[in-house]
Design a protein around this ligand. Structure first.
Ligand code: HEC
Length: 152
């Protein structure tokens, strides 16, 4: 009997874990549904033109291949991309300063700097929304990268 009760508790806990929304954090700060909805709006207004409405990237058919000019377009931010390989600190810096500070303009189309238009809180809110496009595993991995980055 005891074991049955215990199994019931496990089953209910597992069910709750499967049905609840993932917890989204940026630099340790939790983002709720309302903030994520704002993040989606800001993403559509500022980022979607290049990175795609659903984060599919500028050239969704060959997102990580250079085009005829030898340059890469805006990469996907969704689960097919590699945005989740970067920690929160680097992602925030990328958006504040633009890609030119971090990548060679000969190999990439320019990623503009948003430091003059968006606050750091806005940028964190957008990144929180981008995280909703990833798998649980990608979010967990990216969280580890962020923690390693923060302790550097
Ligand atoms: C004018 C087109 C354009 C807009 C608008 C734009 N990006 Fe980008 N973005 C790019 C390009 C091109 C790259 C790749 C070149 C590079 O890394 O410098 C890039 C790279 C990035 C990267 C680094 C690569 C990665 O996947 O980790 C991040 C993060 C990023 N963008 C986030 C954003 C966010 C957030 C917004 C909206 C606030 C935005 N971008 C708006 C063109 C754009």
């Amino acid at each position: 009997m005891r074991i049955t009760a215990w199994l019931a508790v496990v089953a209910v806990t597992l069910l709750a874990a499967c049905t609840s929304e993932p917890e989204i954090r940026v630099r340790g700060e939790r983002f709720n549904d309302e903030q994520l909805a704002l993040g989606e709006q800001l993403y559509i207004q500022n980022c979607a033109a290049c990175h795609g409405v659903n984060g599919e990237g500028q050239f969704p058919n060959a997102p990580l291949q250079p085009d005829a000019t030898g340059r890469l377009g805006a990469p996907p931010h969704n689960a097919t991309g590699h945005t989740w390989h970067h920690g929160d600190g680097l992602l925030i810096r990328y958006v504040l300063e633009g890609g030119v500070s971090l990548t060679d303009p000969a190999n990439f189309y320019p990623m503009p700097a948003f430091g003059d238009q968006l606050s750091e809180t806005d940028i964190m809110t957008i990144i929180a929304y981008i995280k909703t496009m990833w798998t649980d595993e990608q979010r967990t991995r990216q969280q580890q990268v962020t923690e390693a980055e923060a302790s550097e």
